[in-house]
Design a protein around this ligand. Structure first.
Ligand code: TYD
Length: 209
């Protein structure tokens, strides 16, 4: 049995994370690897129930601290029930958003301290980090246009926030990636989807050989 791997895809709205997750899984399967696609918030039965609490209602429904706890609780269930068992079974796990989204969104939206978010992650999920995280980079305006085309206007509590918020989230992802160069790879997501997939696969070659 080959080793399981854990990959996450991060970035703003409309960057193409879900499309890339599916394309990567198909490419990995074609290379003889077993791959699963999952997402956050959600990905397990319990975490999907928490997702509904997080995504519905008005922007002020939860305080920043409560929101961070809900994301951490959802992630703990997802890691325990889905991610760790899949990796242990030798599968490749491709996760559409993970803890770096909490660091970026709740860090920016609620001024949550990065160390506090990481300590919740240690407590809930044993601090599990991906082997590699792809940051799909796209100008905020382009991402907003793609997301509106896909979801309509003001699709959920997070997508409804303004351009300044999304620009701040992009800045936060940028800083997080700069601090962890071994785990992060920046991917230009303004290209056609097939080119983005090819760039990610080229980076994964070392583990596929
Ligand atoms: P979703 O519809 O899954 O999004 P997208 O297509 O944008 O990836 O919405 C998830 C939303 O939740 C998104 O706006 C980002 C936000 N989010 C956080 O604020 N913190 C988190 O930890 C995660 C995982 C997501």
């Amino acid at each position: 049995m080959t080793n399981g791997r854990f990959l996450s895809l991060e970035g703003g709205e409309g960057a193409g994370k879900s499309t890339q997750a599916r394309a990567l899984a198909a490419a990995l399967e074609a290379r003889g690897r077993s791959a699963i696609v999952t997402r956050e918030p959600g990905g397990s039965e319990g975490a999907e129930a928490i997702r509904a609490l997080l995504m519905q209602g008005d922007a002020a429904r939860w305080s920043a601290a409560t929101e961070a706890l809900l994301f951490a609780a959802a992630r703990a269930d997802h890691v325990e029930k889905v991610i760790r068992p899949a990796i242990a079974a030798g599968q490749w796990v491709i996760c559409d958003r993970y803890v770096d989204s909490t660091r970026a969104y709740q860090g920016v939206a609620g001024g949550m301290d990065d160390a506090a978010i990481l300590s919740l992650h240690d407590f809930g999920s044993g601090g599990l980090l991906p082997d590699r995280t792809y940051l799909l980079e796209l100008p905020v305006a382009a991402g907003a246009a793609r997301a509106t085309e896909r979801d309509g206007v003001a699709a959920d509590r997070f997508a409804a926030r303004d351009v300044a918020f999304h620009a701040a989230v992009a800045g936060a992802f940028d800083r997080i990636a700069a601090r962890e160069p071994a785990r992060f790879r920046r991917i230009d997501a303004a290209r056609p989807a097939e080119d983005v997939t090819r760039a990610i696969l080229a980076d994964l070659e070392e583990w596929l050989a």
